[in-house]
Structure formats: C-alpha cells, structure tokens
Design a protein around this ligand. Structure first.
Ligand SMILES: C[S@@+](CC[C@H](N)C(=O)[O-])C[C@H]1O[C@@H](n2cnc3c(N)ncnc32)[C@H](O)[C@@H]1O
Length: 225
C-alpha cells in the first residue's frame, strides 16, 4: 500500500472524492495515493518546471496509476474551471501560494475546496485569504521530519473575513489537539522573540506594541478553556 509523508497524509484526509488539481506536484505522490485509495476520481498533476513533471511522470508510470494527467503550467493557469472540485497547493511559501490564488480569477467561487500547505509565511497566507474573501474553515497541524506545518482548508466566501491579530498567527488550529497546540506555542516563541528584538529600537514602538498585543492574545487563548 502507498504511504504518504504526514504532511501529505493530512491533505489526503481532507479529500473525500471528486476531481483534484495538485499544483506544484513534483513527485506526484499525492495524486498517486488519491487515485489508489479512491479518494479522487481524476487528478491533474501540475508543475511549473519540466524536471519535477518528468519525475512525476516516472512515478505515475511505475505505479501504473490511471486517471492522472500531467500539465506543465504556472499555478492554475493550465487548469480549466470545470475540471476540478478540489485544489491542493502544498510545499511552497505562503506568499507564492497567495500569488497563485491571486492570479486565478475563477478560484473565487465557493464550489472549490482549497487545501493549502505553506512551508513558510503561514501568517501572510492567512492574511491574504481573509482580506480576499476566502474563509478558513479548518486547519490541522502536522509534524514532518521534525518540523511543524499547518494544512489550511478554505473556500471563497465573497466578502472580506474579519479577523483578530492573533488569528493571523494561529488560524483555526485547536489548542486542545497536541500538534496544533505545539504549533501555536511555536508561534508564541517566535512572536516573543520579535518583541524582545524590537523593544529598545527607536522608531519601532508601533510594531513592538502590535507583537506584544498578539502575544498577550495568544497567551490568553492558550490559558483559557
Ligand atoms: C517542494 S515541492 C512540493 C511538492 C509537493 N507539492 C509536496 O508538498 O510534497 C514544490 C514544487 O512546486 C513547484 N512550483 C513552484 N512554483 C510553482 C508555480 N507557480 N506553479 C506550479 N508549480 C510550482 C516546484 O517546481 C516544485 O516542484
């Protein structure tokens, strides 16, 4: 049986059928798993570079997996709106993921489930989503090779979503789940360091107070029920 890295497994667990586009597929492990386990009926495996796409083609061929179509394209530019139900964008920075969504007008439709897994800058991605009308429905933290990541499940809602400062750093993670809590605590450590670094720098008082306020919000959230 095909096994996935924990990061990709969490993404797969969010998918319950239909047609999927995997943007930045690289090795195509996720598409192969989704077809082999009947979690998807068809997968578009897309990548901006030929070499990863050749890598994907090799793995698809070796695994004899049907219903995977490979496409060389930037983001969603090679995907038609009527071809997919779920879009996965994993293993890239939060800003790159935001850019891919920003350049695709048709993704602004509540019929698409979006599963996003930023390697860095999850805060920038959450801010982009909220400000551009995407509602974060759920998040799950996972640990892969000793590092913590979050998987964001969202959909277009149409109106800008109100958010607190701390939401940008903790999203929809659940403090009562062990990995989610560790992820939130890691954000707190990062933010505390920002406060420490900014505290005595002239002209940085506004930024210092912003980070200070966020750390207080998160501490209160972790401490409460
Ligand atoms: C680190 S790999 C991630 C592979 C897989 N999604 C995962 O999470 O394990 C990132 C892949 O995204 C591709 N990529 C980067 N920017 C892209 C874009 N704008 N459109 C499509 N693919 C992109 C890269 O070529 C690379 O193969």
């Amino acid at each position: 049986m095909y096994t996935l890295a924990p990061r990709l497994q969490v993404i797969a667990d969010y998918i319950t059928g239909g047609r999927v586009a995997d943007i930045g597929t690289d090795h195509a492990y996720l598409p192969i798993y989704l077809i082999k386990t009947n979690k998807a009926s068809h997968v578009l495996a897309c990548d901006i570079r030929q070499k990863p796409l050749d890598n994907a083609a090799n793995n698809v061929r070796k695994s004899k997996t049907p219903n995977i179509e490979l496409r060389l394209c930037d983001g969603l530019s090679g995907v038609n709106p009527n071809e997919v139900d779920t879009v996965v964008i994993a293993g890239m920075g939060g800003e790159v993921i935001s850019g891919i969504l920003e350049r695709c007008p048709w993704i602004k439709n509540d019929r698409y489930q979006l599963l996003l897994q930023p390697m860095t800058s999850a805060d920038a991605l959450r801010r982009f989503l909220c400000e551009n009308g995407f509602e974060i429905a759920d998040e799950t933290a996972t640990e892969d090779n000793g590092k913590l990541y979050t998987i964001i499940s969202c959909r277009y809602l149409g109106t800008a979503v109100k958010y607190s400062d701390s939401f940008i750093f903790t999203g929809k993670l659940n403090k009562n789940r062990e990995l989610d809590r560790r992820y939130i605590e890691k954000q707190l450590t990062r933010l505390n360091k920002c406060c420490f670094d900014l505290k005595n720098i002239e002209g940085q008082n506004t930024r210092y107070l912003y980070y200070k306020n966020v750390t207080e919000e998160i501490k209160t959230m972790l401490g409460g029920k």
